[in-house]
Design a protein around this ligand. Structure first.
Ligand code: ADP
Ligand code: G3P
Length: 505
């Protein structure tokens, strides 16, 4: 058995390739950003061809850096930004349109129409999702309706859909020369098209969006030795490696954080935030604005489900301070600027740039900075931005407690924003529970590697994976109950001010 496992993490802002050893330690990595294409207000696109080229490049560079070749890898896992929608031609390999990214709100009318005639409730029940611009179904419908020739090609089985996992798997396994068209249930559970109980595409849900079934990939278990094919000799690995794991990135992080027991949860702080609570083989339907989603399905074992609180804008609010306002020159500076003040000075920032996701699901919301007085400055805004990341997470934790009865005794965290020490301290303060970060904080790639490695026997069991998890850092709450209550009441008031801002009817 080779000594290493590789994982591609195709994220919203970048694509990385990482190589891990048996202890889950990082051996090598390379990462490249891709262009964020913003053609109009609310639209966010990526170029799928650029993403495939970046994927090739990061694999080649990381292998070269480590002095490794395909034969050194026991397996390869894929993990990806979820929901982001690619439609391409299976004969030419060319995309019909740029990928429509999960944050894109162009489908707001498609989404709001679903709730006017009862279809929304069917989607809620069967797919576990509230109708929203976030998910793939409406994005596929938009491409079918707005790009010439796609509908006919889709009906003829020529135009095919995938999230970026499927797009990369197809390319890695040969593309137009026999590429496999496949996804896993974690990704499929983000489309509004899959029945959570059967783990199959659902004809009634497909009819809501006018999507031909022939467009859709096969759904294989997230960890499986054979169903995802093998990399091609002519590809970036220059050899054959079993592709044996596929997980949406937030589910991969849950696996990387070894949240295998019911009631275990992790919160990932990246472009957005995604808190997932393992609910086991039980399907828990949320009554408080969370999603029900597939957490993972390993081999022929029954699927494990999760409740998820998805927040659209967290780390990207820090990017906004840098790129749009220019008040910081790098993300890390948000911390030193925020440290210049003791507190938020009365300022709350609700970054509802894509409407509000969990637990509100309000596409009519837009961002607001409230509570300003002449006393306030850039440092208060930086502090309010970090607090917004943490208050949004608190909203989700509250909803999770109401839905599941689970009260967290610790919150496991990962993702780019967790480099911000102040932000993590604020999170512990606002929640009143300790926040804990593992030594290997690249949990997304690690989770995909775990899924791939388990499938081929590189790791023998989930218990073996649990041995690899070690705490690297912990933040203890320091605020009093009263400070917490007053601060949170202010946040709730600020959220109210963002609602009913744009007309989506
Ligand atoms: N020190 C920091 N403080 C605050 N935010 C940070 C810091 N470092 C990175 N970020 C934010 O983290 C995000 C990137 O995290 P990452 O986990 O790589 O995201 P993704 O997987 O969504 O691409 C960016 O939005 C960036 O603004
Ligand atoms: O690529 P990330 O880390 O921003 O994650 C994006 C999520 O999968 C969107 O649902």
């Amino acid at each position: 058995m080779p000594d290493f496992v590789g994982a591609v993490d195709q994220g919203t802002t970048s694509t990385r390739f990482m190589i891990f050893d048996h202890g889950g330690n990082e051996i090598a990595r390379h990462q490249l950003e891709h262009e964020q294409i913003l053609p109009r207000a609310g639209w966010v696109e990526h170029n799928p061809t650029e993403i495939w080229e970046r994927t090739r490049a990061v694999i080649e560079t990381a292998l070269n850096r480590a002095g490794l070749v395909a034969a050194d890898l026991a397996a390869l896992g894929i993990t990806n930004q979820r929901e982001t929608t690619v439609v391409w031609n299976r004969t030419t390999g060319r995309p019909y349109h740029n990928a429509i990214v999960w944050q894109d709100t162009r489908t707001d009318r498609i989404a709001s129409a679903l709730d006017r005639d009862g279809r929304g409730d069917v989607i809620r029940h069967r797919a576990g999702l509230p109708p929203a611009t976030y998910f793939s179904g409406g994005k596929i419908q938009w491409i079918l309706e707005n790009v010439d020739g796609v509908r006919e090609a889709a009906e003829a089985g020529e135009a095919i859909f995938g999230n970026t996992d499927t797009w990369l798997l197809w390319n890695l396994t040969g593309g137009t020369d026999g590429g496999v068209h496949v996804t896993d249930p974690t990704n499929a559970s983000r489309t509004m098209l899959m029945d959570l109980e059967t783990l199959d595409w659902d004809d009634e849900l497909l009819s809501f969006f006018g999507i031909p079934r022939r467009m859709l990939p096969a759904i294989a278990p997230s960890s499986h030795p054979g169903l995802y094919g093998t990399t091609r000799r002519g590809g970036p690995l220059r050899g054959e490696v079993p592709l044996s794991g596929d997980l949406g990135d937030q589910q991969a992080a849950t696996v990387g954080q070894v949240c295998f027991e019911v009631g275990e949860a992790k919160n990932t702080y990246g472009t957005g935030n995604f808190l997932l609570l393992n609910t086991g083989t039980d399907l828990v339907r949320s009554e408080h604005g969370l999603l029900t989603t597939v957490c993972y399905r390993f081999g022929e074992e029954p699927p494990v489900y999760a409740l998820e609180g998805s927040i659209a804008v967290t780390g990207s609010a820090v990017q906004w301070l840098r790129d749009q306002l220019g008040i910081i020159s790098g993300a890390a500076q948000s911390e030193s600027l925020a440290r210049q003040v003791e507190d938020n000075g009365g300022v709350y920032f609700v970054p509802a740039f894509s409407g509000l996701f969990a637990p509100y699901w309000r596409s009519d919301a837009r961002g607001a900075i409230v509570g300003l007085s002449r006393f306030n400055n850039n440092a208060h805004l930086a502090r309010a931005t970090l607090e917004a990341i943490c208050y949004q997470s608190r909203d989700v934790v509250e909803a999770m407690r109401q839905d599941s009865g689970v009260t967290l005794d610790v919150l496991r965290v990962d993702g780019g924003v967790t480099a911000n020490d102040l932000c993590m301290q604020i999170q512990a303060d606002l929640l009143g529970v300790p926040v804990s970060k593992p030594v290997v904080a690249e949990t997304t790639a690690l989770g995909a590697a775990y899924a791939a490695g388990l499938a081929v026997g590189f790791w023998k069991s989930k218990d073996e994976l649990k041995q690899n998890w070690q705490e690297g850092r912990r933040w203890e709450p320091q605020w009093s109950e009263e400070q917490r209550a007053v601060g949170y009441a202010g946040w709730k008031k600020a959220v109210e001010r963002t609602l009913n801002w744009v007309d989506v009817s």
